[in-house]
Design a protein around this ligand. Structure first.
Ligand code: ACO
Length: 412
């Protein structure tokens, strides 16, 4: 859909494209999606191959720098990410200032913005605006450090957001554990003494992180680029992306799926729920996608991971309701006609629930890995030939034409 408009109040050609259904705003080498064929590739590599053979951090290197790392590049990247994961103890005071029941996504969004206040190189009035250039090694070194920091600190900030609500002390990121192992350790979300992350769950979380790492120009990546186009520091741009991801139509969908399943309750209530969706009284969360009009390829990987995780944790009691809902929707003309299939969020919430994470932490488990994709897009834009052009869309003005001010005693 789209509309070309040229009239008295909208001079010059304007293209109206509500929701950006047909507007390409950048040339990108990062992620390829074929929504009709259900294909997703990072830098040319099929998501299925990466999920099977790679790790989240190796894939992060691929997404951000364009190539799978050599062994020494991989070691360096992991070392830097781990090194920059540590948060200064000053941050404790900041975290303690939140209400006990604050949503962890609100805390995480604020925490990314907090980083922007912490590093001098992020502040244009202190250091001058950081302009990155392919030919300027020192600016690239600043950019690399910002990338390591944001990936390393994403898990630390998320774990702090988790623990502060429970009134628990913060844990310094350990050395010698994988990215997800360290994250699970810092959260100790099961509250066990001498907690050692279960390797199956650690691996499952790593695969889930990898498949969530990027998804082309979704709402949050677009927000990061829109914000970054003013040349603000990357911490602030990532905070903006995180805020966008918070919404129930985007990163909040995995949480919404579980709330929906809880509200449905038993499988026998599924037909009534489906009827309510068809009457537009309810939304079938975890179904539908702006780009995928067949299946979301990530949903198959998630279903496989669910089997692995349930072997360790036991099956989630909502699984049967989820299966019944899936079956009912896939066999119903209403959903078939609109090409509505399960997206990645339909099953991921069930895995997180089985792993013992609280519901409102689910979007955080989406945001942490998505930092990688946001950074890949941000870096690509900062280093693009010809420099950055600020993103300033136009509108179709449909308000009043010129009229004169009316004094208050003459208004009717
Ligand atoms: N339940 C019921 N009907 C739906 C759903 C749904 N989940 N999704 C779309 N539809 C219907 C729409 O009402 C519309 O019907 P109509 O043509 O009769 O008016 C038709 O299908 C087309 O849908 P659009 O809203 O035009 O699709 P759009 O691309 O704008 O929205 C979105 C995509 C936001 C993901 C939508 O499918 C949705 O709200 N899904 C539920 C939330 C969700 O799962 N979000 C996660 C997305 S994936 C991610 O962020 C990782």
């Amino acid at each position: 859909s789209g509309e070309r408009v040229e009239n008295e109040t909208n001079k010059g050609l304007r293209v109206s494209d509500k929701g950006f259904l047909n507007t390409a705003v950048i040339r990108s080498e990062i992620t390829y999606i074929d929504g009709d064929a259900g294909v997703l590739r990072y830098r040319g590599y099929p998501i299925e191959q990466l999920a099977l053979h790679s790790s989240h951090l190796e894939t992060a290197h691929l997404l951000i720098y364009g190539s799978l790392p050599t062994e020494s590049q991989s070691q360096l990247f992991e070392k830097e990410v781990s090194h920059h994961g540590v948060m200064h103890s000053d941050a404790e005071q900041f975290f303690r200032s939140f209400r006990y029941d604050a949503h962890p996504m609100a805390i995480l969004t604020s925490a990314f913005a907090y980083l922007g206040s912490y590093y001098a190189e992020a502040n244009p009035s202190l250091q001058g605006q950081t302009l990155y250039s392919k030919g300027d090694q020192s600016s690239l070194a600043v950019m690399d450090r910002q990338i390591y920091r944001l990936i390393g600190k994403a898990t630390t900030l998320a774990a702090m957001a988790y623990r502060v609500r429970q009134g628990r002390d913060f844990v310094t990121p350990p050395t010698g554990l994988s990215y997800t192992g360290s994250f699970l350790y810092q959260m100790d979300h099961l509250g066990q003494e001498n907690y050692i992350p279960n390797p199956v769950l650690e691996k499952a979380l790593d695969v889930l992180f990898l498949i969530h790492a990027d998804h082309e120009l979704n709402a949050s990546a677009t927000t990061v680029l829109q914000t970054g186009s003013s040349l603000v520091d990357p911490y602030s741009a990532i905070a903006a992306g995180c805020a966008s991801l918070y919404g129930p139509l985007h990163g909040g969908a995995n949480e919404a799926v579980i709330r929906m399943l809880i509200s449905i309750g038993k499988p026998e209530n599924v037909p009534a729920f489906i009827e309510a969706v068809k009457k537009r009284e309810k939304v079938l969360s975890g179904f539908g996608h702006r780009v995928y009009k067949t299946s979301d390829p990530r949903s198959f990987i998630v279903r496989k991971m669910a089997d692995e995780v349930f072997k360790v944790t036991g099956k989630d009691e909502l699984l049967e309701t989820a299966m019944a809902l899936h079956e009912a929707a896939m066999g119903d003309e209403y959903f078939v006609k609109r090409k509505l299939a399960p997206n990645v969020d339909f099953c991921s919430g069930l895995i997180y629930r089985a792993m013992g994470f609280p519901l409102d932490f689910f979007p955080v488990l989406f945001a942490v890995p998505r930092v990688v994709g946001w950074l890949a897009h941000w870096r690509q834009m900062m280093l693009q030939d010809g420099g950055v052009k600020i993103w300033r869309p136009r509108q179709i003005y449909v308000g009043p034409t010129k009229r004169d001010y009316v004094p208050v005693d003459e208004r009717v």
